[in-house]
Design a protein around this ligand. Structure first.
Ligand code: 3PG
Length: 310
């Protein structure tokens, strides 16, 4: 029966489901680089999140590999060309973690507006700094959503419930659905930047979206506006955001994703008004159960042994 390596953190139910189906599930979550390379030649399938990159050399070393499961959305951590050239299938779980990401975005919008990290820090420093902690309301403010796929639309629904005006832009044709056509407005990219009080990014990292929000785009945003990126590192120029925060052009920014992960030396660490989290957008128990159920099903359903092998 097939052997699957579970390279990144998944709930126990994922191991149980593979074993129930008669597969051997190897726990690779603590493998170092050389242990990973030791195991690659014997595995038929691998299950990853964004931490374990399926690079060309790893795919090459995995001589039996038939399927890569990405428990999550982003495929930018997988060398799709290398997989394709070996006839290896790649499956992922778009939608399964969308609610978790949308909720984190709403949390960031409110936390930025109410200066939550500063308020929390002053309390832990045994201060009572109420007068310097006047924030703003999101009610009545304009939220710009860049990328109106499943996550962008969930953010829109939640922002509308908070009384925000929602505008959006997507480079691809999108049908908003769920009555969102009448409640949100599609605008051109430049108009989105110039009109919003808060901007949230929901596009994938592709050649055409790398560096999409740089110094020039930030300059077009309103003075005192906010930026949230829970999509993918590399889309927003982090150094340019740090400069925009230093100058006061941006009032705040929240990042869950970074061009380099784990985050190394970064000007964002010292910039004022920043909230940062370590790529936890999809990390809720509910989301990971959904992702796990979905990805195990897709791996098993799509499993095809190489000809001549069982
Ligand atoms: C995704 O692409 O699904 C998200 O960025 C979550 O990534 P993670 O599974 O590594 O947390």
């Amino acid at each position: 029966m097939p052997i699957v390596a579970i390279a990144d953190g998944f709930p126990q139910s994922v191991f149980d489901a593979f074993e129930h189906a008669g597969w051997t599930a190897l726990d690779g979550t603590s493998w170092n680089e050389s242990e990973l390379f030791d195991h690659l030649p014997r595995i038929d399938a691998i299950l990853v999140r964004s931490r374990t990159k399926m690079t060309a050399d790893r795919i090459e070393a995995a001589s039996r590999l038939r399927i890569i499961g990405r428990g999550g959305v982003g495929l930018d951590s997988i060398d799709l060309e290398a997989a394709k050239s070996r006839g290896i299938q790649v499956v992922n779980t778009p939608g399964a973690s969308a609610i978790a990401v949308a909720e984190l975005v709403i949390l960031f919008l409110l936390a930025l507006a109410r200066r939550l990290p500063e308020a929390d820090r002053t309390m832990k420093e045994e201060l009572w700094e109420k007068k310097n902690l006047t924030g703003g309301e999101v009610f009545g403010k304009t939220l710009g959503i860049l990328g109106f796929g499943s996550i962008g639309r969930l953010v829109a629904e939640r922002a509308l419930a908070l009384g925000m005006d929602v505008i959006w832009h997507d480079a691809y044709p999108v049908k908003p659905g769920k009555g969102l056509e009448n409640q949100c407005r599609k605008v051109e990219f430049g108009k989105l930047l110039e009109s919003c009080d808060m901007l949230t990014v929901h596009v994938p990292l592709l050649a055409g979206t790398r560096g999409l929000i740089g110094a020039g785009e930030l300059q077009r945003m309103k003075v005192g506006s906010y930026l949230v990126d829970c999509a993918r590192g590399g889309i927003v120029d982090e150094a340019a955001v740090a400069r925009a925060l230093e100058s006061g052009h941006l009032a705040g920014a929240a990042f869950d994703v970074f061009a380099e992960e784990p985050l190394g030396e970064s000007a964002l660490r010292r910039a004022p008004g920043v909230i940062m989290t370590p790529h936890i957008g999809a990390s809720t128990r509910e989301s990971q159960e959904r992702v796990g159920t979905d990805i195990v099903r897709k791996i098993i359903e799509n499993w095809q042994p190489a000809s001549g092998r069982e």
